[in-house]
Each structure stands twice: as structure tokens, then as C-alpha cells.
Ligand binder design. Sequence first.
Ligand SMILES: *[C@@H]1O[C@H](CO)[C@@H](O)[C@H](O)[C@H]1NC(C)=O
Ligand SMILES: *[C@@H]1O[C@H](CO)[C@@H](O)[C@H](O)[C@H]1NC(C)=O
Ligand SMILES: *[C@@H]1O[C@H](CO)[C@@H](O)[C@H](O)[C@H]1NC(C)=O
Ligand SMILES: *[C@@H]1O[C@H](CO)[C@@H](O)[C@H](O)[C@H]1NC(C)=O
Ligand SMILES: *[C@@H]1O[C@H](CO)[C@@H](O)[C@H](O)[C@H]1NC(C)=O
Ligand SMILES: *[C@@H]1O[C@H](CO)[C@@H](O)[C@H](O)[C@H]1NC(C)=O
Ligand SMILES: *[C@@H]1O[C@H](CO)[C@@H](O)[C@H](O)[C@H]1NC(C)=O
Length: 593
Amino acid sequence: MTNNSHTMHTNLWNSHQLWIVVLLTYSVFTDAQTNNRPNIVIILADDLGVDDISFRGSNQFLTPNIDALAYSGVILKNLYTPAMCTPSRSALLTGKYPIHTGMQHYVIKNEEPWGLPLDETTIAQIFKQHGYYTSLIGKWHQGMSSKTYTPTKRGFDRHFGYLGSHVDYYDQTQVPTPKNLSRGHDFRDNLAVSRQYIGSYVTDVLTEAATKLISEHDVTKQPLFLLLSQLAPHSGNEDDPLQAPSEEIEKFAYIKDNERRTYAAMVSKLDQSVASVIDALAQKNILNNTIIVFLSDNGGPTRGMHSTTASNYPLKGQKNSPWEGGIRSSGAIWSPLLENLGTVWKQQLYIADLLPTLAAAANIPLDTQQLKLDGLNLWSALKYGYDAVEREIVHNIDDIYNYVSYGKGKWKLINGTINNGLYDVWMGARNNASNDFDFDPRAAAYEEVIMNTTVWQQLAGGALVQRNVNITKLREEAAIYCLMANASQGVACEPLSEPCLFDIDVDPCEQNNLYPAMSGGKVVQELQKRVAHFRETAHAPNNKPLDMNSNPALHDGEWGCWEDADETDGVAARMPFSVRAVLWACALLIFTF
Ligand SMILES: *[C@@H]1O[C@H](CO)[C@@H](O)[C@H](O)[C@H]1NC(C)=O
Ligand SMILES: *[C@@H]1O[C@H](CO)[C@@H](O)[C@H](O)[C@H]1NC(C)=O
Ligand SMILES: *[C@@H]1O[C@H](CO)[C@@H](O)[C@H](O)[C@H]1NC(C)=O
Ligand SMILES: *[C@@H]1O[C@H](CO)[C@@H](O)[C@H](O)[C@H]1NC(C)=O
Ligand SMILES: *[C@@H]1O[C@H](CO)[C@@H](O)[C@H](O)[C@H]1NC(C)=O
Ligand SMILES: *[C@@H]1O[C@H](CO)[C@@H](O)[C@H](O)[C@H]1NC(C)=O
Ligand SMILES: *[C@@H]1O[C@H](CO)[C@@H](O)[C@H](O)[C@H]1NC(C)=O
């Protein structure tokens, strides 16, 4: 009896000791891991057309810095995104299809009281939980009616920028949708309204905030997760859609079309932003442990709403459409952690794959069951440069617009379209034998221009990466080649009368509709079965009608947070994760003893 109770007591004591050992080991282990974890810098362009960068072959205006990043890194040749801002950003943040979070239809207007559902876990929450300092600089567009929807309540330690869809490049205002509401300002430093940047060009303001953060943040304490979500080259308001400093526009005097010339200047400022960010990382001496991703949230709008002259050449369609022109993004990734730098990776990937892929790169374990991710962890395939999977991507099932766009491997099925098919055409252009198109004079010495950039010298020239890169060859590999020179020679697609099927591998320009030939076959049956399956799993769209209480006239001229404008923030929510973790550990120890 006595013996037994003594034994029990010893065991109990041992288990307490064990607990302490486990906790200490865990904290030492996680600290060590935290210190080695790579910094993550994602630069997200807004509405950048697939051919508005020059690494796919365009010589109309060069983007030397983005190109230098792409050639020294891995070009993501077949990167897909949803076709609009709100859905695309929700997929990046959650690692899920917009149909699984209710974010699939259209975008959030500044007047609308909805956002990314509060029970969704964001990439920022995940990285924050694992010791990262998480920051969003720039656009949010995942909900702004109440503070609970805003970035600092969704896992970001810091937000500096705007909450809505877009702002004027100089005064950071947005015109309302109903004309009887007032124009409002939308720019904040965390939740505090910040009007000090009125008059400054917003691309530069965001770039400076990003470089300042990089230079001041101590990555030895907390690795950095930075999402730099630029406005560029999205349009401003309808009253002044294309805005750039006049000295920048001057550089593109050879571009004949006024709008295209200003657009080139807007993209050029974005290109310079990429250089500044990389330079800040280089000055800070942390490139050796950083992953840099560049991409656009969706294709460019060539015509219609928010159009900017963006070019998705040679793809069909544009932003907000089921076509490749809406959902292909020109992206690249660079990190010394990658083994295959200086290559073009052909694996299809989806923006939602970035969450599990970057988490894997950072050694962050994910509970994929609980998170219900649609994104795949492609880190290993990316790191070594092989094609891992026949990627299935639900581009959209939108039962309000009534269209489906779905891909599996080389097959792509489209049923229905938007705008009654008004923009279901090929809208981009390039130089050819019979036209007198604009030609960037720098393109005559293209390779030299790229290699002259500091980005190239920092990413490819230093001790970090040693290999020979043939820029011309990579540029040819990154280009998109159509099946035929004349699209009207293919079998026509009429998506409002019957579905269309394309073999995207050989026909990325969607010129030759295979549905009439294959509609009775197994391929189409399988694809339709998958679409039916996904339709069953879809979350109803979260969209809500405009709320006139959003009127900036009622809120000191500001957009956003009208539902809880007067509430103060809780203290607990502001406590850094490390403090909360220590408190939890203490509570756990007290409880155990
Ligand atoms: C604006 O017009 C809408 C109807 O078109 C109306 O419901 C709303 O109350 C008006 N708002 C203001 C501020 O006048
Ligand atoms: C990166 O370089 C810095 C400075 O040279 C060095 O202290 C650090 O250990 C390096 N980190 C990695 C992951 O190589
Ligand atoms: C295509 O869409 C239409 C309209 O939504 C629908 O009636 C039809 O069943 C769909 N066809 C297929 C094969 O999915
Ligand atoms: C050449 O470009 C012009 C202007 O973009 C276009 O109209 C024409 O169809 C193109 N010709 C060929 C052969 O591609
Ligand atoms: C590249 O840089 C060198 C050295 O500064 C300069 O001489 C050369 O003109 C530059 N080339 C181009 C194409 O800008
Ligand atoms: C680079 O690639 C291009 C196109 O594939 C080829 O013509 C050229 O010879 C290559 N240059 C070198 C130095 O290998
Ligand atoms: C393209 O093909 C169509 C149909 O065959 C023809 O009418 C048209 O002239 C062709 N266009 C060009 C630029 O070759």
C-alpha cells in the first residue's frame, strides 16, 4: 500500500518533470526554428496584364527589375488566379477556392457590409502563430465595414494602406457607387486614419513603407512575413483612371497611345518598387534567407470597367472572365533555398497553393484537415523544379453570373460567360511585320539592360547563386505560343449556347473548341462530374447589398469601419503572440501542478 502510493507519487513527480522538459525543449526548439525560418516577401500587383511585363517577350515597354527577378529566380509559367481582386486575395489568404469561402462572386464594394468570413484562418494568422512578424502594406479588399474584417484583426501585426478596392493615386480617395453618396478617403496606418500622404504618389508611399519596415525590423527576433499589395497598375477613379508622375510618363514618349503611355509609366513605377524592395533586403543582408514572390492578382482589364489598356496578349479575354486572359498571372519566385534558380517551371499552380507551399518552405506544420485547404504544397516540386501533379483548378463556379471555368491538367471546360460575351476576344497586340508598333529603345540591348540592374547583380551576380543563365532562352520558354496564327480558323466556342473544351497545353489561347468533337466522350463526362461535385461543396456567395450608412459624409469623409466606428480595441487582442504564449504556458504549468 505504502509502496504503491510512493510509486504513484514518484510517477506523478516524474510526469511533472517530463512536462517541464517537454515545454523547455519545445520552446528552445521553436526558437531555433524561428531563427532559421526564411523571410517571406510577396509583391502582389493589381490587375497587371499577362503581357505587361517584358519577361514573356514584349518589347513595348520593359520591366527590367521584374524581369531580372524572374530570370534569376524561377518563372512561374502556368500560375493561375481567380479572375478578380476579392476572390483572388481570399484564395491567397486562405489557401482555398473562393467557392469554398463564399468569395466567388464579383468583389466587395466600399459600401458593402461583408468580408472574408471571420471563421476562416488566414496565411497571416498561421505565420504569426509560428513566430513571424506579419505585415500587409497596401490593398486589403477583404472587408471594411467593421474593424473585425480588417487586416490587423485577421492575423496581420501591421497594416499600412487602404481597405477597399482602389484609391486615387494621389489623394487616396474613392468615388462612391451611388452618386448621391460622397467621395471618401481610404488610407490608414493600422486602424488610424492617415491623411499625411495626400498628394504623394501611392506606389512610392507603399514602397517606402515596405523598405522602411525591412530596414527597421529585427529578423533575428522574428522572421518577416511581408505582403506588399500594390495599387499599381490598377486604375484610379473613373474621373482620372490612369495616373503617373509626368517625369515617368516622359520616359515612354515613344508610345503613341496616350493612355498606354501613362499605363507604361504606372507599370514602370511598380517595376522600380520591386527593385527598391530587393535593394532593402540586400542592404539588410537578409537575401540569403528570404523568399521573394512576385505575381498579379488576376489578368488585366483591357476594355470596359476599370480598363487601363492592359494587355493579356496572346491570351483570350481579360480580368473578370472565364478565359486564360483573366486567370493567368505572370509571376516568379526567387530564393537561395531553391535548387533550380534560372529556370522556367511549367507546373500549373494556383494562387491558393502559396499558403501550404510557403508554409512548407518555412517548416510550418499545417493541420490540413482542419484548414480544409484546396491549395497544394508544391514546395518540393518547386525547389527541385519538377512537375508534381496534374493540377485541378476550379477557376470559378459563379451561379450569379452563370458561368463555370474549370481546369484539370491540360483540359479546360467553360460553360457560360460574363457580359454576354462582349469581351470574349483577343485584345492584346504586339509588334509584327505589318504594323508600326511601339518599341522600347532599350529592347535593342535587352540582355544587357537586365544584367545592368541592381536586382540582377543582387540576385544572380552575388555569391548566393552560381550558375549561367541564358536570358534569351528563358524569355523564349516563358512566352505563350498560340496554336494558330489566326484564331478564326479554329472551331468556334459559343459558351452561352453550349460548353467549350480546350487543350490548354497546345492551345493556351483557347482558339480551337474541342467540345463538339468530344462532348459524348469520357473526358468531358469526368470533367462535368468534377464540376458537379464542386458545385455541391460550394459556400453561398457572401455578397450583400450596399449599405447607405457607409456614406463617407457620415464619417468625417472616410470609408470603412462604419459599423463599429466608436468602439475601442480590446487590450488582449493587441498583446503580441509571444506574451500570450508565455501566459498560456504559465497557466498550463499552474494547472498541471
Ligand atoms: C441615395 O439614394 C438611394 C436610392 O437611390 C437612397 O436609398 C439613399 O437614402 C440616398 N442616400 C442619400 C445619402 O441621400
Ligand atoms: C545570411 O547572412 C548573414 C550575414 O552574412 C549571416 O549572419 C547569416 O547566418 C546568413 N544566413 C543564412 C541562412 O545563410
Ligand atoms: C451549362 O450552363 C447552362 C446554364 O447555366 C446549364 O443549363 C447547362 O446544364 C450547363 N451545361 C453543362 C454541360 O454543364
Ligand atoms: C499586326 O498588328 C496589327 C495591330 O495590332 C493587327 O491589326 C494585325 O492583325 C497584326 N497582323 C498580324 C499578321 O498579326
Ligand atoms: C550597362 O552598364 C554599363 C556600365 O555602366 C554601361 O556602359 C552600358 O551602357 C549599360 N548598358 C545598357 C544597355 O544600359
Ligand atoms: C541562348 O539561347 C538562345 C535561344 O535559345 C540561343 O540562340 C543562344 O545561342 C544561347 N546563347 C548562349 C550563349 O548559349
Ligand atoms: C483569318 O481567318 C479568317 C477565316 O478563315 C479569314 O476570313 C481572315 O481573313 C483571316 N485573317 C487573317 C489576318 O489572316
